[in-house]
Design a binder for this molecule. Structure first.
Ligand SMILES: [Mg+2]
Length: 397
């Protein structure tokens, strides 16, 4: 079953309450107290990160700051120092890079490592992981949680169990047994909608999903059913892919054919905005800026139109691109025909992150909010950050 992963040691490393931990290094009085990083309640700020002490009161990321203070009146709020978080992250990954060059960073505080074949240098993966944790703690005063197994998927779930400040090792061959009793929703890729669908069929645990008849899953979920089942059995062959091994992308985009042809401009704009946000999230996740956006419209009679627009400076910013996209759409919809498809595509991709501009300070605040949204989307699924949040994004301009 899991033959190709035999002998592999894949680690998922995750810094605990990262922003809060960095703030504590800067101000040790914050240790042991309920701390959040985020904007003030007066400016409709949200929680970007919460310490474990704050989480005990029910405070969590993305919560409006006002609500956080109602849940925990003794809460200490810190404004946040984004440059410092980047520097701390860089220091951590430099240190981790001494253990293996095969590091795939997936966010500012999270990465996958392939330690296969390094035992002659650092002993087995468990020893290496333990020394990595101690080194990060002693030299940078940050807590690292690590999940270890033969593949990325199982290690990711394992680290979730080890948090905070722990180490969880799933021995080779034990992956299915580790997964079996877990609720289906712990599996990355199973969002609330799929979880509910599974529950409707009394598939509550990964072990049940693993042993459900394949034809049935295929009937209900299509080809996704088969891959979901493989993953429920603890099988994942995705390699750890350091940046230099990743093929460079030329473009990135999404399109959508509607269940029913549309002509309402407001609805069409809403659909376009969703596609654009999704593409912008991916740009940022992959560390790209784009120069050009193409908006595509296909009408009910299959006539297709595209319009390109190039910004003077490349960007990965939702709002900047939304203005462009909206104008393109408005200019295109001149035919009195229903629309069957909308699409957006970024080209002219460059490596980099958005650097700020004229209104540096406001922009940095916005940037942090977007980073939080992206994190939430990644964790809870595409639908978790919706128009309400777009509203506060816009209010912050
Ligand atoms: Mg973390």
């Amino acid at each position: 079953m899991n033959i190709s992963n035999h002998g592999r040691s894949i680690l998922h490393v995750d810094l605990d309450a990262f922003f809060v931990s960095v703030e504590r290094v800067l101000d040790p009085r914050l240790y042991g107290r309920p701390v959040v990083v985020g904007g003030s309640p007066e400016t409709r700020g949200v929680v970007a990160a919460a310490s474990y002490e704050a989480r005990q009161f029910g405070v969590h990321s993305a919560m409006p700051m006002g609500q956080a203070f109602r849940l925990c009146p003794d809460l200490i709020r810190v404004g946040g120092s984004h440059g410092m978080y980047s520097r701390a992250s860089k220091a951590v990954f430099e240190l981790i890079g001494n253990y293996t060059p095969l590091v795939e960073k997936v966010s500012v505080d999270e990465a996958y490592l392939d330690l296969s074949g390094t035992h002659h240098l650092f002993g087995n993966a468990l020893d290496a992981a333990d020394s990595m944790r101690r080194e990060v703690k002693e030299r940078l005063r940050l807590d690292l949680t690590i999940g270890i197994s033969s593949n990325r998927l199982v290690s990711k779930v394992a680290s979730g169990f080890a948090k905070p400040c722990g180490l969880f090792d799933v021995r080779p061959g034990q992956e299915p047994r580790f997964f079996a009793p877990l609720p289906v929703k712990v599996m990355p890729g199973i969002g609330p909608v799929t979880a509910k669908r599974l529950r409707d069929f009394h598939i509550d645990q990964l072990g049940v999903l693993a042993s459900t008849a394949g034809w049935f899953l295929e009937e209900v979920f299509g080809s996704y059913g088969a891959s979901m089942q493989r993953r429920a059995r603890g099988v994942d062959e995705t390699p750890v892919c350091p940046p230099w091994e990743r093929p460079e992308r030329k473009s990135l985009g999404h399109e959508r054919t509607f269940a029913e042809d549309l002509d309402d401009l407001k609805v069409l704009r809403g659909r376009l905005q969703k596609l654009l946000e999704k593409a912008c999230v991916e740009l940022r996740a992959e560390g790209f800026l784009a120069r050009t956006l193409s908006v595509k419209v296909r009408y009910a009679d299959f006539v297709t139109e595209t319009r390109d627009f190039t910004l003077p400076a490349p960007s990965d910013h939702d709002l900047e691109w939304w203005e462009v996209a909206q104008q393109q759409l408005d200019r295109m919809l001149k035919r009195r025909t229903l629309v069957r498809l909308l699409g957006v595509r970024f080209t002219g991709l460059e490596r980099g992150f958005w650097q700020g501009g004229l209104f540096e300070k406001e922009r940095v605040v916005q940037r942090e909010r977007i980073a939080v949204q992206d994190k939430i989307r990644k964790k809870y699924g595409e639908q978790s950050v919706q128009s309400g949040d777009r509203l506060w994004l816009r209010n912050s301009l």
